[in-house]
Design a protein around this ligand. Structure first.
Ligand code: NDP
Length: 293
């Protein structure tokens, strides 16, 4: 079997095009959606993510206010900036690119962002709302995974979903979304304490890998005909590339294609969806803050 490749880049482009139409409409009403993006330090992967995010904002007609702060920034300096942006009526969303340098506590930073501007959906208030099924900002990567499944027409109701990874930004919120009634899956979440992982993953109708371990999920860990969603983004050495590295997912892609019925590639799978969901959340924030919902 040769799996259908789920085209995350195209699905994300369609979503951005929809957002752009809405941005035009609210601009006509005098609202200019604006996202503040804060990058602390010089981590190359973070710099590349921030570039991707600001490019997407511009593409859909939104403003970005990007702050590039030095590696030595103190927690107090960062919190002061966030508080100023919380109070700035022209800023609809605030995103602090993670990870942060070691002198800054990410939980304190996230809790300082106003929940109304927390377009990443990481603030405890928004996490609580997600769990309760209330309207909130849904974290972009898990939201992107759900959107990919829906747009690809994959049946989720009653499906057995196995998620490998329980992080606060991917695995945990995705498990909540997957068990919501509109998705209606039966969910198992695995982590480093899971015994006999391959036995569990082979049960999955939909297998989500979100571990950060390059090519860890082998073909013999996948049930024949399963849908495989690879969230992982890992840099591995590749001397044939100018950069000296290439990106791979958490799934051993080529052999997995022989077993799965559908699979997301890395890159151009979940990654572009994360960014598309960020601009979608920024649009929601701008509408809510201006009474346009
Ligand atoms: P974390 O490191 O926060 O979490 C990794 C999870 O995987 C943990 O729950 C960990 O278990 C689990 N895990 C690690 N090794 C194993 C193993 N051998 N067996 C079972 N479980 C294991 O990572 P993130 O959730 O932040 O990111 C995961 C991946 O997704 C990364 O590659 C990251 O780059 C990528 N990512 C991609 C995004 C995108 O837009 N495409 C966005 C965000 C992340 P335990 O809890 O026990 O330690």
């Amino acid at each position: 079997m040769s799996a259908k490749i789920i085209d995350g880049a195209q699905i994300a482009a369609d979503l951005r095009a929809d957002v752009a139409k809405d941005v035009e409409k609210i601009k006509a009403k005098g609202v200019q959606p604006t996202l503040a993006v804060i990058l602390v330090g010089n981590d190359p992967a973070s710099q590349s993510y921030v570039k991707g995010k600001t490019n997407a904002l511009h593409e859909v007609g939104m403003n970005d206010r990007t702050f590039r702060l030095p590696e030595t920034t103190t927690q107090d300096e960062l919190l002061k900036l966030i508080k100023e942006l919380n109070a700035d009526k022209l800023v609809n969303g605030i995103l602090v690119q993670l990870p942060l340098p070691k002198q800054i506590d990410p939980d304190t930073v996230i809790e300082t962002i106003s929940p109304e501007k927390d377009v990443d959906g990481f603030h405890p208030v928004n996490v609580g709302k997600l769990l309760l099924g209330h309207d909130t900002f849904i974290p972009c990567t898990p939201h992107g995974v759900i959107h990919l499944l829906k747009r690809t027409g994959i049946e989720t109701s009653g499906a057995k979903v196995v998620i490998v990874g329980r992080s606060n930004i991917v695995g945990k919120p995705l498990s909540v979304l997957m068990m919501n009634k509109d998705v209606n899956a039966t969910v198992t979440v695995c982590h480093s304490g899971t015994k006999n992982l391959p036995e569990v993953t082979r049960e999955a109708d939909i297998l989500v890998a979100a571990m950060g371990k390059p090519q860890f999920i082998k073909a013999d860990m996948i049930k024949k005909g399963a849908v495989v969603i690879d969230v992982g983004v890992n840099r591995i050495d590749d001397s044939s590339k100018k950069s000296g590295f290439r990106l791979v997912g958490d799934v051993d892609f080529e052999p997995a294609c022989e077993i799965a019925s559908a699979i997301t590639p890395v890159p151009k799978g979940v990654g572009p969806m994360t960014i598309a969901m960020l601009v979608a959340n920024t649009l929601v924030a701008a509408k809510r803050q201006n009474g346009l919902e």
